[in-house]
Design a protein around this ligand. Structure first.
Ligand SMILES: Cc1cc2nc3c(=O)[nH]c(=O)nc-3n(C[C@H](O)[C@H](O)[C@H](O)COP(=O)(O)OP(=O)(O)OC[C@H]3O[C@@H](n4cnc5c(N)ncnc54)[C@H](O)[C@@H]3O)c2cc1C
Length: 320
């Protein structure tokens, strides 16, 4: 009865969440007196390398996962659960997992703690801590079914150092269900930064940027200088300053970086819903009464058009 971790991969490279979740699972397994396994959908990634983060076995499900199909993913994950017989399943709160994991839980007749930001062992069971009510309240959840399933937001535990172990690779086959949908076209956005939901640093801009040109001239260079991903408030997205995939908040993406810099963002509840679990929040705002300051670790009462370019220049100077 191990802890089974979904190690997500893309084009043969494991996502950062794989190492993060495996390391946390190893810590939990120590308290539970059990071991850690990984499940990998599709061949192509070096599954044995997951041993470096604590996986004893890596269950590699052979199949075509090049285009996401929920039915196929759930059937594949169920086959891996069948092979591994875990007592606990951990998965990142990614787009795949948000769709497939609740369906897996229903199929297995068990429960799920969603979007956890912390996990611990208490009384012999894994307890997940998750934000609710747009992040205003944190609640602890346990799962009464088996396996107990939890999804976890990226960057909740940080990146571990790789060890030297190698996981035993176990091939798993499954009967792929007849497709109920056909992917006719796939468009991948041009992206030179980490996806927002996985980014460790984010620089976001709000309505105060006043134009897409300003957003490009102020927010993106600062994000680039910091090795961060650009984000935006809904007001900035609605005004056309940034594309929708960069929106952070209730109707945008939920992010959980180590550093979130909010530039000219008031801190509306719907924006906070997407970013308030960030470890360090820096707010730059001309209005000292702006609600964002109630949640900021560091507040800068200033004009972003002054501060951001200076920050970008200083950060650029550090690199050279
Ligand atoms: C159902 C629903 C869902 C929503 N979902 C989301 C969501 O997912 N994400 C989201 O962000 N919002 C969402 N909203 C909208 C949300 O309520 C706010 O309207 C929005 O977040 C405001 O964006 P903003 O902070 O950029 O703009 P504003 O609220 O207009 O704030 C601009 C801020 O910039 C400051 N400022 C102005 N000029 C400067 C300057 N030169 N330098 C520094 N600071 C300056 C001002 O003091 C102000 O605090 C949602 C609303 C609803 C009703």
């Amino acid at each position: 009865m191990s802890i089974l971790v979904l190690a997500e991969q893309e084009h043969g490279t494991f996502k950062k969440t794989a190492a993060e979740l495996l390391a946390k699972a190893t810590e939990l397994a120590g308290s539970l007196g059990t071991t850690v396994d990984a499940v990998v959908l599709g061949t192509g990634a070096d599954a044995a390398s997951l041993g470096a983060y604590g996986a004893a076995r890596a269950f590699v499900v052979d199949g075509d996962f090049s285009s996401y199909d929920g039915d196929t993913a759930v059937a594949a994950l169920a086959a891996a659960v069948d092979a591994a017989s875990p007592s606990v399943v951990l998965a990142p709160a990614s787009y795949l997992a948000k769709d497939a994991i609740p369906r897996l839980a229903a199929r297995l007749g068990t429960g799920q703690g969603s979007e956890c930001t912390d996990l611990r062992v208490d009384g012999g069971a894994v307890v997940g801590r998750r934000p609710v009510y747009a992040g205003k309240v944190l609640c602890d959840v346990t799962v009464s079914g088996t396996p107990a399933i939890f999804t976890v937001r990226a960057n909740s535990f940080g990146q571990p150092e790789a060890g030297s172990g190698a996981a035993e690779v176990v091939q798993v086959s499954f009967d792929a269900p007849a497709p109920r949908l056909t992917v006719v076209k796939r468009e991948t956005p041009e992206q030179d930064a980490v996806d927002l939901t996985e980014a460790d640093r984010i620089v976001s801009g709000g309505r105060s940027l006043k134009s897409a040109e300003n957003f490009d001239a102020i927010i993106r260079p600062l994000a680039k200088a910091l090795g961060a991903t650009a984000g935006a408030s809904r007001a900035a997205v609605d005004a056309g300053y940034a594309p929708h995939e960069e929106q952070v908040g209730q109707t945008g993406k939920t992010v959980n970086p180590s550093l979130y810099i909010a530039c000219g963002i008031s801190g509306a509840i719907q924006h906070l819903a997407g970013m308030r679990t960030s470890k360090v929040i820096v707010a730059i705002n001309t209005d000292p009464e702006a609600p964002i300051f109630e949640h900021a670790t560091y507040g800068v009462v200033a004009d972003l058009f002054d501060v951001c370019p200076q920050l970008t220049t200083k950060l650029g100077a550090l690199d050279s």
